[in-house]
Design a protein around this ligand. Structure first.
Ligand SMILES: *Cc1c(COP(=O)(O)O)cnc(C)c1O
Length: 368
């Protein structure tokens, strides 16, 4: 028997209490209608109210939502999408799904998010979209990025997979741009087991978005009268995932508040610890702290030490420019080199209580 305290995981799935979830789930499972129907429409509407976005399309994954956002933005073969390599693979695989080319822009070494000046340097007449990730839940510098996008007339797609509950300039994350994607995958702030949501600024995008997510067919029209005029996909969300989402939404506010409270605690408690630099961001940005990123000297040694102490930690993502599938996009990214050499993610989520976060702070204070 070990007497070591239980480990603190880096990620943990939040699921609403059984008493709230199981009756609703049982009802939908045996309702005879488990594909896309009324619960999906209701979830889109309620998620939109929660996320502060009026025009929402649901999908079976965030990756599918990003693919459709890219198609709606007009990205296809021969086109370029300016993006970040400091992200999960789906961000950039979606660009390849759309048939476009990924063009890397460099990141701000203080937080891993794209820098506006680096984006502008990579815009060409073939650029169809700028794909911005709010890495780890820290909002990117949207004011400066919007200015670049406006100057060049290029739409912005925000990948807010890590950032539900974050705000920028007083508004919910995703409000600044033509498109915003939220992932509802298992370990994100809010999960439906799997799922993704796309907010569109322009309501005129919704009919084509709905067709693209379901075989190119308008589900509302009589089936024999529809004409498939464009290749669509099987990307829709079903009633079962939507029902989980509806129940999750009723419980998610305190979960996100807990991520934010833990993050703010670390912002104060980790300041000044030798060998640790904290991330920095715009004054207008309010992160939702999916995980907490520190920039550490002798990072790999710190990671080993935390693992010995049972404190979850990880790089979480391999810089995407190192994958063979993106070989054609390789270029110098000195800001990313710096961030990637020192970043380490530590737990910050709803499962971290006061004793847990103090354990993390004292582990870091002890040195490594
Ligand atoms: C999770 C994630 C996605 C989308 O993932 P799905 O699993 O398809 O919902 C996209 N971008 C980032 C940065 C992610 O972490």
């Amino acid at each position: 028997m070990s007497h070591a305290p239980a480990g603190i995981p880096l990620f943990k799935v939040f699921m609403a209490p059984e008493a709230a979830l199981l009756p609703r789930l049982r009802e939908v499972l045996y309702s005879g209608q488990i594909s896309e129907g009324a619960p999906v429409a209701e979830f889109e509407q309620r998620f939109g109210a929660f996320a502060g976005q009026p025009h929402i399309l649901s999908f079976y994954s965030g990756t599918a939502a990003l693919h459709v956002a890219l198609l709606l933005a007009g990205a296809g073969p021969g086109d370029e999408v300016v993006s970040t390599a400091m992200t999960a693979e789906p961000t950039n695989l979606a660009v390849l799904h759309a048939g476009a080319r990924v063009v890397w822009a460099d990141v701000d070494p203080r937080n891993g998010n794209l820098s506006a000046a680096a984006i502008e340097a990579k815009i060409t007449p073939r650029t169809r979209a700028i794909l911005v990730v709010h890495y780890g839940g820290i909002p990117a510098s949207m004011a400066a990025i919007r200015a670049v996008a406006a100057r060049h007339g290029v739409p912005v797609i925000e990948d807010a997979a890590h950032a539900l509950g974050a705000r920028y300039a007083g508004l919910p994350i995703g409000s600044q741009s033509e498109y915003a994607m939220y992932s509802l995958q298992a370990i994100k702030h809010l999960t439906t087991v799997d799922g993704g949501m796309l907010a569109c600024r322009n309501a005129g995008d919704l009919p084509r978005g709905r067709r693209l997510r379901w075989f190119g067919i308008d589900r509302a029209a009589p089936r024999t009268e529809v004409d498939v005029a464009e290749v669509g996909y099987k990307y829709h969300m079903n009633n079962v995932n939507a029902t989980i989402g509806l129940v999750q939404l009723e419980h998610i506010a305190p979960v996100i508040e807990r991520h934010i409270a833990n993050g703010k605690y670390f912002d104060a408690a980790l300041r000044g610890i030798p060998g640790i630099e904290l991330c920095a961001w715009d004054a207008a940005a309010e992160p939702s702290y999916w995980f907490y990123t520190v920039l550490a000297e002798r990072r790999d040694e710190l990671a080993r030490r935390l693992t010995e102490l049972g404190i979850g930690n990880s790089l979480a993502h391999k810089r995407n420019d190192r994958h063979s599938v993106f070989a054609a996009s390789r270029c110098e990214l000195p800001g990313l080199d710096r961030f990637y050499a020192s970043m380490l993610h530590i737990p910050c989520g709803w499962w971290l209580d006061e004793a847990g976060r103090e354990r993390i702070v004292s582990a870091l204070r002890q040195g490594w």
